[in-house]
Every structure is written in C-alpha cells, then in structure tokens.
Design a protein. Structure first.
Length: 301
C-alpha cells in the first residue's frame, strides 16, 4: 500500500497532540471523569438490588448492573471469566443494558451471591449491619475498579465532545443554520449551509446509520461527517472500520449524493488513514480545521 505523505505527517502531528493530553493535569481530569461516571453505575446497581439483597431483581431490570456486581466478587471477574462459571449469563445483555430473563437473572444472582467479597460487603450475610460508611467504601472500591477499566473510553469521550463542539462552533461561526435532528430520508432534508448534529441517515435496511454531523452542500448533496478519536493504533482500526461500514451503507442507498468524511484525532496509523482515502472518504483533522472550512467554502459558496 502506498501511503500519502500528508497522512503520515498529519498522523504524526495528531499523535503529538494526543500525548499532550496525557500530561498530569489532563490525565487527572480524565481519571476524575471516569470515576465519577463509574460511581453512578455503582450506586444505581446497589439501589436496584436493594443493596445486594435481591441481585436477580436488579438484573431483570437492567443487565448493565452485572458490571458492578462483577467488581464485588472475591476476586473480581472479567466478563469471559464470569461466563465460564455462569453459562446462562450474557455478555451482550450486560453491554447493551437490556434486562435478563428470569431464568438467567436467577442463575447469575446465585453465582454472584456465592462469590461476593464478604469482607467488603459484610452486611449481606446478616452478621453485621449495613452502614453509610460501609456503603461509601464499597462505592469507592467498585468505582475505582470500573474507572480503571474505562479510563481510555472516558478520555476518548471527552476529546470526542470537544471535537464535535469545535465543528459545530466553526459552522455556526460561518453563518450555517443548525436544524433539529431528524431522520434524513430525502435529498432535500439538509438544505445548503445548514447542518444537523447527531442525526441519522436512512439506508436500504431498517437499521439507519447515525452520523455525528450532517452538512448541506450545493446541489442537494449532503456531507456525512464522522468524528473519530482513537487512543492507539489498534483502536484506530476499529474506528476506521466503523466509518467504512457507514460509508458503504450510505453509498448503496444514496449513491453519490451523500459524501462521507472523517475528522480524525489521536493516535491513528497512517495506513488506516489511507484506507479511508482509498474508499473516497474525505479526511480532515481536528488540528487543521481551516482545511475543513476551505473545503466547505468551495462546495457551498
């Protein structure tokens, strides 16, 4: 594969800027964000299970609670490990936050109950009272474990929010009209120099594809912009594949009237950037928004 030198240079610059986000102050901010988000998961799971007295009830309401319960075992278990000891448990149900069936909830609850860290949650055996101090300790321990697992996701979420906000600010600053988000199923749904943030494009299937920003260009063309922040080169493969999958679905349904673009940030392998270019996807970078503005001006003025 021949890689465009511009992709190599931009990937290098994006990596350098990403490393700046790993400095102590920024890293600490990401850690606080991850732990804060995890703390809500833990408190929700504790309340839903009546403070671990009815884990099955919590799982019947929301499978995502099992993430928290896995951290309260002795020792904590990964998804794959817990699946081995409880075949009825479902990774997909936890990941998608969907309810467990009654049978699966009962089986998972039994497995959780016999493996709970009674030194941490010592009120579950009825030998000691449940106190506020003990709950605070449990919340702190479980939040730390979940936060450590989700730190990279928290960082990517923060940067992605900043990335999308920068694009919205650029568009509004140049006189673009922001429209309410809705399903885009006709060619004139996004007029010239208007945009929608977090909307969906119709495809040839019943599964419509979400797009981060949709921009109206001349001739009823629409630009479907995907904002991608990656933590490492392995992660970049997944993000690029996601863009390629959406671009293919839009191409099949809309032909050339939907153009796909990717705005990249973070650690991206140049070869993955080249894959986007080879698929006729426009590539922009968060550190070079003027290039994106110039590209838009040519197609809207």
């Amino acid at each position: 594969m021949t890689i465009d030198p511009r992709h190599i240079e931009n990937a290098k610059r994006a990596r350098e800027l990403y490393l700046d986000n790993l400095k102590p102050a920024e890293a600490a901010a990401d850690w606080r964000f991850a732990v804060m988000a995890a703390r809500k998961l833990v408190t929700d799971a504790l309340r839903a299970s009546d403070y671990l007295s009815d884990i099955a009830k919590a799982l019947r309401s929301n499978g995502a609670h099992s993430l928290v319960f896995r951290q309260l075992l002795a020792p904590p278990m990964s998804q794959d490990q817990f699946k081995l000891v409880c075949p009825q448990w479902s990774k997909g149900t936890e990941n998608n936050a969907t309810p467990f069936s009654a049978v699966a909830a009962d089986a998972a609850a039994a497995a959780f109950n016999e493996r709970l860290d009674v030194g941490l949650v010592n009120w579950v055996n009825g030998r000691q009272p449940r106190t506020r101090k003990k709950l605070v300790t449990v919340i702190r321990v479980a939040s730390t474990l979940i936060g450590a697992q989700r730190l990279s996701t928290a960082r990517r979420t923060r940067l992605a929010f900043e990335q999308e906000s920068a694009i919205v600010k650029l568009l509004e600053g140049n006189g673009w009209e922001r429209l309410p988000s809705k399903l885009i199923d006709t060619r004139a749904a996004v007029p010239l120099r208007s945009f929608m943030h977090k909307t969906r494009f119709a495809t040839g299937t019943t599964t419509h594809q979400e797009v981060d920003v949709a921009c109206g260009l001349k001739g009823t063309y629409v630009l479907a912009m995907e904002c991608k922040v990656t933590n490492d080169e392995t992660n970049s493969v997944k993000r690029v594949n996601d863009v390629l999958k959406k671009a293919t679905a839009w191409k099949e349904h809309w032909g050339n009237f939907v153009l796909t673009a990717a705005v990249l940030q973070g650690v991206v392998a140049p070869k993955d950037v080249q894959r986007l270019s080879d698929a006729k996807i426009e590539v922009f970078w968060s550190h070079d928004m003027p290039s994106f503005k110039s590209w838009l001006d040519v197609r809207t003025i």
